[in-house]
Design a protein around this ligand. Structure first.
Ligand SMILES: [Zn+2]
Length: 248
């Protein structure tokens, strides 16, 4: 029963994250006006806003003007639902489940917005700082470690931004700072390492596949999210595996 609740809860949060993704970069209010079709501005009824199902029932089109609805809506809802269910199965009911849900709920809109527009809105980074401190309080992490993680994340990204001359933006620096608050110092180091390994491999694949050229800009927020979240959930297991296999 709880499985279903976590999945449905994730779908509903995902539906709100779609609002964040559409409205935050444009500077629009997250609450008002009520949901409209972006094309014909027709106000949508509740049965047109049911996560995933409305999209399927309407065959991906607005009921009023017939304009295709972006596949991004059901995909964000499904991804959030799957993440909530997956984290519940992985972690069970414990404080870390709550903080992991907060972490992933920030990462999903950041990844989509950064891929789409190459920006990370300040409001999301600020929200990350608030939730990161809250997560530290929930998990009783030593406050000095929380601050050290945030500082290390921000400063290291700042240095990389300076050295790479614009390869990283201010949004990436701020994002790694709040990820550091969630992680503490040790896991922040692992997160940076993982982000650059994943980012490097992904860039290499994109270049080899001819989708990007060497000098093209590739948004880094998705890699910080991937490295940071992996370190947050699997970090202790990864470090234990490393110590066992390489430090004997
Ligand atoms: Zn319409």
């Amino acid at each position: 029963m709880l499985h279903v609740l976590f999945f449905l809860g994730g779908l509903i949060v995902g539906s709100f994250l779609n609002v964040v993704i559409c409205r935050l970069p444009a500077g629009d209010s997250l609450v008002l006006p009520a949901s409209l079709c972006p094309e014909c501005r027709q106000r949508l009824a509740w049965y047109e806003l049911v996560p995933v199902l409305s999209y399927l029932w309407q065959r991906g089109k607005c009921r009023h003007c017939g304009t295709a609805i972006s596949l991004q809506y059901p995909l964000v809802e499904l991804a959030t639902g799957a993440a909530y269910l997956g984290l519940f199965l992985l972690l069970g009911l414990q404080p870390k489940l709550l903080t992991s849900l907060m972490f992933i709920s920030l990462c999903i809109p950041i990844v989509v917005i950064d891929l789409d527009r190459q920006i990370i809105p300040d409001q999301l980074n600020l929200g990350g700082a608030v939730l990161g401190l809250l997560a530290a309080a929930v998990s009783h992490t030593a406050f000095t470690d929380v601050l050290a993680g945030g500082l290390a994340g921000g400063v290291i990204m700042l240095l990389i931004a300076i050295v790479s001359r614009g390869g990283m933006g201010g949004g990436d620096i701020k994002m790694m700072a709040w990820i550091g608050l969630f992680l503490g110092l040790k896991m922040t180091m692992l997160a940076l390492f993982l982000s650059f390994v994943i980012g490097g491999l992904a860039s290499l694949i994109l270049i080899l596949a001819g989708r990007k050229r060497r000098k093209d800009f590739i948004p880094f927020g998705p890699f910080l999210a991937a490295g940071g979240f992996t370190a947050y959930v699997f970090g202790p297991a990864i470090l234990a595996w490393y110590v066992q296999n390489f430090l004997h």
